[in-house]
Ligand binder design. Structure first.
Ligand code: PHB
Length: 391
């Protein structure tokens, strides 16, 4: 009798364990985070992965009663690899959301898969305006180059600059930056000369020589995050730091990940962007402190804040859908607003782009370190390219 009771108790426990195993498997929500963790853009991957992990460490790994599992994959910065990884994550791992995407071609490659499989694609880094139009499942927490650039053109015109040379990496975001600056600055009477440098292994020196000869009032530069230090080195080698030609641009060139090691050459550079590690708010102070503490003193840059806010958007979206992905999750993300370390933000329900403040900043030395110090704010800026289309 005792033996039978024992046996049935064991049986019941085994059945319960098996059942809870099934229940547990069903209750895991997987997020596929695809990033360049190696190659020339590894700094973007490192920043976003650190920020996503910090968010989970702070908020826990359970949302709407479901366990959140983050699966990080290295696409090496190659679009074919991004697409293959997205396919595998959707088919084999059954992810509810894919996120990351360090460069424009890497964000565009999986867009048809997002549409077919109805898997939301949260773009945390890439910043060409058109990206969100590639799939109705794309939502973006980074920025767009035109969004960051138009305020730069306005500042340049208001501050007496007449002649500006633009030098941009020759692909989506660079061309966006060049077009946005040229249109806005020439509309205010400025003169512009456009130069483009290849994205891969850029040699800036022939372009910088042209700029040195043309002697414009300012050089407007866009290079993607991770490349700014290489640019600055060649800027000094060509003597441009002593030429009186002012350095301006969207904030990618004075990226917080690299800025502190650039030296005095960066001092005085004026840039416009959505995030500075020096941003003066309680939310940002807490974010920077926690990020540094968790990452051996590494300073968060604008990629990190895109990753941190992307996780926030996913968590809050899942809370609203009770853990459901697909169309419901994208719909839940539309119109969401919150206070980010960068300031107040919201997701434009029409375009699925982020609406945010753009700050005008100047590189200064503060407590012995170089920072992009914000001195003016343009509030609630939308992507101007899509705003113009909808008018
Ligand atoms: C992009 O490829 O879209 C991109 C990458 C890095 C940036 C900005 C844009 O800093």
């Amino acid at each position: 009798m005792l033996r039978r009771t024992l046996l049935s108790a064991v049986g019941a426990t085994a059945a319960m364990l098996a059942l809870s195993g099934v229940a547990m498997a069903q209750e895991t929500v997987k997020i596929g985070l695809i990033l360049p963790m190696t190659g020339p853009f590894a700094s973007t991957g490192r920043q976003i992965e650190a920020a996503a992990k910090l968010y989970m460490q702070q908020k826990g790994d359970t949302v709407a009663g479901k366990k959140i599992q983050l699966i990080v994959k290295d696409d090496t910065g190659t679009a074919d690899v991004t697409k293959r990884l997205a396919q595998e994550l959707i088919v084999n791992d059954k992810i509810a959301v894919m996120a990351g995407f360090g460069l424009t071609p890497l964000a565009l490659a999986p867009a048809p898969l997002a549409t077919q499989a109805k898997v939301p694609e949260v773009v945390m880094a890439a910043a060409t305006s058109t990206i969100t139009e590639a799939s109705p499942f794309i939502v973006r927490t980074s920025f767009t180059l035109p969004q960051a650039t138009v305020p730069m053109a306005d500042w340049a015109a208001q501050n007496g600059l007449k002649k500006v040379a633009t030098l941009v990496s020759d692909y989506g975001p660079g061309i966006d930056a060049e077009k946005a600056f040229t249109a806005a600055f020439t509309a205010k009477g400025g003169q512009v000369e456009n130069l483009r440098v290849p994205l891969a292994n850029p040699d800036f020196s022939p372009f910088l020589q042209k700029v040195a000869d043309a002697k414009p009032d300012a050089l407007f530069v866009f290079v993607p995050s991770g490349i700014g230090a290489q640019f600055m080195k060649q800027f000094v080698e060509r003597g441009l730091d002593k030429s009186g030609i002012k350095l301006i641009g969207p904030g990618d060139v004075t990226d917080d990940d690299l800025l502190n090691n650039m030296g005095d050459v960066a001092l005085g550079a004026i840039t416009t962007q959505h995030y500075s590690a020096d941003h003066d708010s309680a939310e940002n102070k807490a974010f920077v402190e926690a990020f540094k503490k968790a990452n051996n003193g590494m300073r968060p840059n604008f990629m990190a804040v895109g990753g941190y806010d992307g996780m926030h958007l996913i968590y809050e979206g899942l809370k609203k859908t009770n853990g459901e992905g697909g169309q419901a999750l994208v719909d839940a993300m539309k119109g969401m607003s919150w206070t980010s370390p960068r300031g107040p933000v919201s997701i434009d329900p029409q375009t699925r782009d982020i609406v945010q403040n753009i700050y005008v900043r100047k590189v200064e030395r503060k407590n012995g370190e170089l920072y992009n110090v914000e001195f003016a704010t343009i509030p609630n800026v939308k992507d101007p390219v899509k705003a113009a289309k909808s008018n």
